[in-house]
Design a protein around this ligand. Structure first.
Ligand code: NAD
Length: 462
């Protein structure tokens, strides 16, 4: 798609307050493919005012009508799915097939789920002599990252609109074209002016202005822990609700009774998918010491097969960051069994699929989120040891458990301090709550739990 040179505010593309722009770069060939306006506090203020003005009308719109608009939005996304996939591929660099199967398809499923939930959710209930109403929280400031550019927008905007909230979105500077395409879809779906507004711009300028704006009632943020902490502190000082999704360092625990080859192969695929830029990726594989050498051999073979089939990471900054983590892994004594820090291509932000063996729980690569195609294999002695290692980071977003019997895996999963666990390769469920324990965040996205983040209760006693 061709970039807009304005902001989508109050139902129209309006000129930005400043003439500054942000280059959009294709990570495969490092070429500038377009430019979008760099929003300032003035644009954010105009957008928040539009969202405030639209709030009473949208909040009072019957849920069935909000559901109909969300259904229309879903239909527009379906009709433009090829364009979505091409746009994500152009600015994120992910292979087209992955963009089609995940970056376009998942947001369509999520938008559809909220069209249904808006129509069926009980916004009112009787509790003894009270009637409890679930009312929209108000104006939502949504700040999203680049790794699943459309999914993260839809996972915030669709439940917010279903709840009756209005929204100002500040998308990641690396992937603004997908956000502009989404704004076009909102417009085409007949969602009233001011209900959804888009301000493109840099995080410390437009993002910070949105997070600090007194006209915003709830900030929903996905991204790095450092920025999340800052947004949480700002919201706390203003006594404002905040939802934070801050990444993870999830464990893939292979119990001795599991199908080892399957667990390792699926585990490697999980980490390499989206070039490792998935906050819920199982970047630590935990294997019993008796099966460890076999698992290392399987993982290095599996990673080598990925070769150049994975796309680049999103930017030169991310490439440098991931390479420095790989160098740190080597320096701290982990053993490289696939990939390494050298770039496999002279052009583009590529990283070789990388696997480390002999990783110990205290190493940096076993503790910090790398956000690249890098897998660490750790040894455990027994189940208690595996639980200790799995829970031994500040994060708790996701994980996986593999065992011969489901019940054994479930019993182990119940001991993990994490918000999501896939049992024997369980499939992604767009209606299951997604979010973190510990420093992986505050709040939940997706499904009914995601909807309730945007609602507050009022009790009337009779
Ligand atoms: P980031 O946190 O800087 O950016 C995420 C979003 O926040 C973007 O829209 C950005 O513009 C905005 N932002 C940045 N500074 C802000 C500020 N001061 N106030 C308000 N908004 C601000 O993340 P990044 O630099 O793109 O990536 C750095 C690391 O963060 C990654 O390597 C990865 O570890 C992690 N990350 C995690 C996720 C996730 O899904 N949890 C997504 C992206 C990045």
């Amino acid at each position: 798609m061709k970039a807009h040179d304005g902001m989508y505010i109050d139902g129209a593309w309006r000129p930005a307050a400043s003439g500054e722009t942000i280059d959009v770069v294709n990570p495969v060939d490092e070429q500038v493919i377009d430019r979008v306006p760099a929003g300032t506090a003035a644009d954010v203020d105009t957008a928040v005012r539009a969202a405030r003005a639209a709030l009473p009308g949208w909040a009072a719109t019957p849920p069935a009508e909000r559901a109909a608009r969300l259904g229309a939005l879903r239909d527009v996304l379906v009709s433009r799915k090829d364009e979505i996939a091409e746009t994500v591929t152009a600015e994120l660099g992910s292979p087209l097939a992955f963009s089609q199967a995940v970056h376009a398809a998942v947001p369509i499923a999520v938008a559809g789920s909220y069209a249904e939930l808006a129509a069926t959710h009980a916004f009112e209930e009787k509790v003894g002599n009270s009637t409890v109403y679930q009312e929209p929280i108000g104006v939502v400031g949504a700040i999203t990252p680049w790794n699943y550019p459309l999914h993260q927008i839809v996972a915030k905007v669709a439940p917010a609109l279903a709840a009756g909230c209005t929204v100002v979105l500040k998308p990641a500077e690396d992937t603004p074209l997908t956000a502009q395409l989404f704004a076009e879809a909102v417009d085409e779906a007949g969602i009233p002016a001011g209900v959804f507004n888009l301000v493109t711009g840099l995080g410390p300028i437009a993002g910070q202005a949105l997070a600090e704006h007194p006209g915003v009632d709830l900030v929903s943020f996905t991204g790095s822990t450092a920025v999340g902490r800052q947004i949480g502190a700002t919201a706390g000082a203003a006594v404002k609700k905040v939802a934070l999704e801050l990444g993870g360092k999830s464990a893939n625990v292979i119990l001795p009774s599991a199908d080892l080859a399957k667990a390792v192969n699926v585990g490697v695929a999980n980490v390499m998918s989206n070039s490792g830029q998935t906050c819920s990726a199982w970047t630590r594989m935990l294997v019993h010491r008796d099966q460890y050498d076999e698992a290392v051999a399987l993982a290095s073979t599996a990673a080598a097969k990925y070769g150049d089939r994975i796309g680049p990471v999103v930017s030169a900054k991310q490439q440098a960051r991931v390479r420095s983590y790989i160098e740190k892994g080597v320096a701290e004594g982990a053993r490289l069994v696939a990939g390494g820090p050298e770039s496999p291509s002279a052009q583009g932000y590529f990283i070789s699929p990388t696997v480390f063996a002999d990783v110990t729980p205290d190493m940096t690569i076993a503790q910090e989120e790398i956000f690249g195609p890098v897998l660490s294999l750790l040894r455990y002695d027994d189940e208690d040891d595996a639980v200790r290692i799995a829970n031994g980071t500040v994060y708790g977003l996701a994980g996986a458990v593999w065992a011969g019997e489901e019940a054994e895996a479930v019993a182990f999963a119940r001991r993990l301090e994490t918000g999501q666990v896939d049992i024997n390769g369980g499939r992604f469920n767009p209606r299951a709550p997604f979010g973190g324990y510990k420093q992986s965040g505050v709040g939940r996205e997706l499904g009914a739990h995601g909807l309730s983040e945007y609602l507050q209760t009022k009790s009337l006693q009779f």
